[in-house]
Design a protein around this ligand. Structure first.
Ligand SMILES: N[C@@H](CCC(=O)N[C@@H](CS)C(=O)NCC(=O)O)C(=O)O
Length: 208
């Protein structure tokens, strides 16, 4: 009987039949949301929006997000775009496996890390791809990549300082929280796409 109750409880916690995630496999912003949905044990329908094929510019997708960016989460009649807003929405509606700690100081730290990734790192290297050609043409060959790399390094330099007194194997303490959900995809992206050597950067900063 107790087993049945536990099963019922789990089914209720995980029941989210209406969740649909419009996303792209290679997008770090989408990855954050997939990470959070999986941590919370939420089932969702995966709708691929292939950015490489320009599917974000379809009129159908524009109705969901006029900015034409992924990810977009649809939960019944609620449509939320922007990964940070989506994570805050999920946290409130599906509180299981909390992504924010109760302690206000650590909660603020998690939100700060998420916000730095969202506003001061990712948009700059995304922009770098968009304006890459024109920087290369106007300033010189290789300058586009250098500009992206210096923006990324500046952001991570700040982040390292921010979490220095809190980090364990997780960014802000003893458990995996929202900061980690934003950092992991971000670190993977900059290492793979922008040739950033995170360990080398850390050593450089320690010396300098
Ligand atoms: N602040 C937004 C940024 C969304 C964003 O930049 N998405 C990128 C993929 S990571 C995108 O859809 N780019 C499409 C394009 O540049 O046309 C978020 O965190 O969701």
């Amino acid at each position: 009987m107790e087993q049945l109750n536990n099963q019922n409880q789990r089914d209720t916690m995980n029941s989210s039949p209406e969740l649909v995630l419009y996303n792209f496999s290679h997008s770090s912003c989408s990855w954050r949301v997939r990470f959070a949905l999986n941590l919370k044990g939420l089932d969702y329908e995966y709708k691929a929006v292939n950015l490489a094929k320009g599917e974000q510019f379809s009129t159908e997708f524009e109705k969901l997000n006029p900015l034409r960016y992924v990810p977009v989460l649809v939960d019944g009649d609620v449509v939320v775009s922007d990964s940070l807003a989506i994570l805050l929405y999920l946290e409130e509606k599906y509180p299981q496996r909390a992504l924010l700690p109760d302690d206000p100081r650590r909660k603020a730290l998690n939100l700060q890390v998420a916000s730095v990734v969202c506003s001061s790192i990712q948009p700059l290297h995304m922009l770098a791809l968009v304006v890459h050609k024109s920087i290369e043409e106007k300033v010189g060959p290789g300058e586009g990549l250098l500009w992206a790399q210096s923006s990324i390094e500046k952001g991570f330099f700040a982040l390292e300082k921010l979490v220095k007194d809190f980090a364990t194997s997780f960014a802000t303490g003893e458990a995996l929280y929202m900061a980690d959900v934003f950092l992991a995809p971000q670190i993977a992206t900059v290492v793979m796409r922008f040739n950033i050597d995170m360990a080398l950067n850390m050593r450089r900063r320690e010396l300098g």
